[in-house]
Write a protein that binds this ligand. Structure first.
Ligand code: CA
Length: 366
């Protein structure tokens, strides 16, 4: 940890900020543990989608769109990124500012800068975070975020902040923690710089011919006319767009829903490199517009749960003496262990996964 203080001073961060941020800092093991377990890569797509695009997030998003209507309209005009996508991104990243992360950024980043293969990258992020505080854009005490150093309403990394954050409310500070206008405009700026094209849909659900053998993947883009020749139609029965270039996405393989996605989907992907993440934002933006759920179900007989259902599951586990934690909707190791116990009692395969089947079993027992 000592070397880090020296590095920060050498990089030109003011001594008082370095002392205030790193003075009595200790290594945070929790951060390093989290860094080895990233949910986007292990969860089934239907679990991921079920809690990110649930009824509560759709309803809250509509409320936030009313509250922030003026700001969203102004951002839309400046950057050409529509209000539905920006609101959906906000909802997925921080539940509309409700969950920005509890980790003090200097501590989290200093811990990551001392361990693991990305230590050097995190050292750079730490120094950038201290510079943000030193410049007065975001106060040091407000620099809280995820274990990985993403902070504010739209969860920028400090280096992303440096490149792309904007002062949309013109108070002289690029404050993505305390200003919704700055945060959402910064995200719009990010998307525009990542190739977002105004007016182009992210994509749409499609139907494929029974034995489709054509190209699959975001990178293999073709015109709607070419897709029509391959037998692809829109799932809602409407006509394919006349222009644009789209790639075929099948997140759960040949038996799940399929989508044609545009370069705007790729822009969302560049925000956080996971197709599931880009699909969650894309779908939530459609739901905020009033569109429905996907036509085709995910290929599982044990669907994922919304946040409300996850809480309900924990309440039932508590009532049956299997879980001693809180019913907070968070699926940590204690909840997983309790689910395994419940599954064993019910004669089901032990998975520890919060799904519709175990919820149904516990509801029946109660
Ligand atoms: Ca500002």
């Amino acid at each position: 940890m000592k070397g880090i203080r020296g590095d920060a001073l050498k990089a030109g961060v003011r001594a008082d900020i370095v002392t205030a941020a790193l003075g009595d800092i200790r290594f945070d093991e929790k951060v390093v543990r989290f860094s080895r377990n990233q949910p986007e890569y292990k969860l089934a797509i239907w679990d991921y989608m079920a809690f990110l695009v649930d009824e509560a997030r759709i309803a809250d998003g509509r409320t936030m769109m009313r509250i922030e209507a003026k700001t969203l309209a102004a951002i839309e005009k400046t950057y050409g990124v529509d209000r539905f996508v920006l609101t959906a991104l906000w909802g997925v990243e921080s539940d509309y500012g409700k969950i920005e992360g509890d980790f003090f950024l200097p501590r989290a980043l200093a811990s990551l800068a001392c361990s693991g293969r990305r230590a050097r990258m995190f050292r750079g992020e730490l120094i950038q975070a201290l510079k943000i505080a030193a410049a007065g854009d975001v106060k040091l005490k407000d620099l809280h975020g995820s274990w990985a150093g993403a902070f504010g309403h739209t969860q920028f990394m400090p280096s992303t902040w440096r490149r792309l954050a904007v002062d949309f409310d013109r108070d002289g500070r690029r404050d993505i923690v305390n200003s919704v206008a700055d945060a959402l405009a910064s995200s719009a700026n990010f998307l525009r710089k990542s190739g977002w094209r105004s007016g182009l849909p992210w994509g749409f659900e499609v139907k494929l011919p029974a034995k489709y053998k054509g190209p699959v993947g975001r990178g293999k883009k073709a015109s709607p006319a070419t897709w029509a020749k391959r037998g692809v139609t829109r799932a809602d029965g409407s006509a394919l767009p006349r222009s644009g270039s789209y790639g075929l996405l099948r997140p759960a393989g040949r038996n799940g829903p399929a989508f044609l996605v545009s370069r705007n989907f790729d822009a969302l992907y560049s925000y956080n490199a996971a197709e599931s993440y880009a699909l969650a934002i894309s779908h939530l933006s459609d739901r905020l517009k009033g569109k429905g759920a996907f036509t085709k179900a995910w290929p599982t007989n044990d669907p994922g749960l919304s946040r409300a259902q996850r809480k309900r599951l924990q309440e039932l586990l508590i009532a049956q003496g299997l879980y001693k934690g809180e019913a907070d909707g968070r699926m940590g190791p204690l909840t997983a262990a309790a689910i395994r116990l419940a599954e064993r009692k019910a004669g089901l395969k032990e998975t520890g996964r919060p799904g519709a089947r175990i919820l149904e079993v516990l509801t029946g027992n109660n």
